[in-house]
Write a protein that binds this ligand. Structure first.
Ligand code: HPA
Length: 234
């Protein structure tokens, strides 16, 4: 038991998938894992451990945004010894070379959050994916006939920004998409010397205004989970 997670010692696997939505964690446990056992329901932030292709793996929601993810990821690594963390989430595309439904592997995560400014006393840190997990995920995606984008995302503290054109500055520096969690995930993984990756599907497009219908999001979500499981068990 840690401050926010009710699992007993040893109940969480070394590899974990992290969707934002706890009901997505339940969906993954019920549709992909053999004999899933729920280890957490505090705040309805469901977490499960089961087996995938015979190997032990866990899945847990993180909630939305870096403060929520940070609490769970700190405790998963520090208190439960998790070593490989793969976020499976959605993002808003900011550049024309991406289309809705595309898969993106986040190589780096810029941020508008002050969290790393505070942590690094005003200096800049560059949150970066695990190259090993990134390569494994890319191979798993290519084996499924996909051509995932690989590049930088921006993890924002605001879904509703004061300036509706704020994203254009990031886009002009080559940032592919916006989401709200990856910079903190990569920073914590580096701090604790473990591996992390974010696999994202484009749910909406800031350039074209398109969005994916719910049923398609589920289909794409399944593909992303398979790629994530391939990486986390690599
Ligand atoms: N902004 C921030 N986070 C997101 C978005 C977005 O447009 N789409 C999916 N996650």
């Amino acid at each position: 038991m840690s401050t926010h997670i009710a699992a007993a010692a040893g109940q969480i696997a070394e590899g974990i998938l992290l969707p934002g939505d706890p009901l997505r964690a339940k969906f993954i446990a019920e549709n992909f894992l053999e004999e899933p056992v729920r280890f957490n329901e505090i705040r309805n932030m469901f977490g499960y451990t089961g087996r995938y292709k015979g190997e032990r793996v866990s899945v847990m929601g993180t909630g939305m945004g870096m403060p929520s993810l940070s609490i769970y990821v700190n405790e998963l690594i520090r208190d439960y010894g998790v070593k490989r963390l793969v976020r499976v989430g959605t993002c808003g595309a900011m550049r024309k070379e991406l289309a809705v439904r595309d898969v993106l592997l986040a190589m780096s995560a810029s941020t508008d959050s002050a969290v790393n400014k505070v942590r690094f006393h005003g200096m800049d840190y560059a949150p970066t994916a695990s190259f090993r997990l990134l390569s494994a995920a890319r191979e798993a995606a290519v084996a499924r006939g996909l051509a995932p984008h690989v590049g930088g995302v921006v993890s924002s503290d605001s879904f509703y920004t004061e300036d509706p054109d704020q994203w254009k500055l990031w886009a002009s520096f080559g940032i592919l998409a916006v989401e709200m969690e990856t910079a903190e995930l990569y920073t914590l993984a580096a701090k604790f010397g473990v591996e992390a990756l974010a696999i994202l599907t484009v749910s909406d497009h800031l350039v074209t205004g398109e969005a994916t219908p719910a049923e398609e999001r589920e289909k794409r979500f399944r593909t992303m989970v398979e790629i994530g499981l391939g990486a986390v068990l690599s």
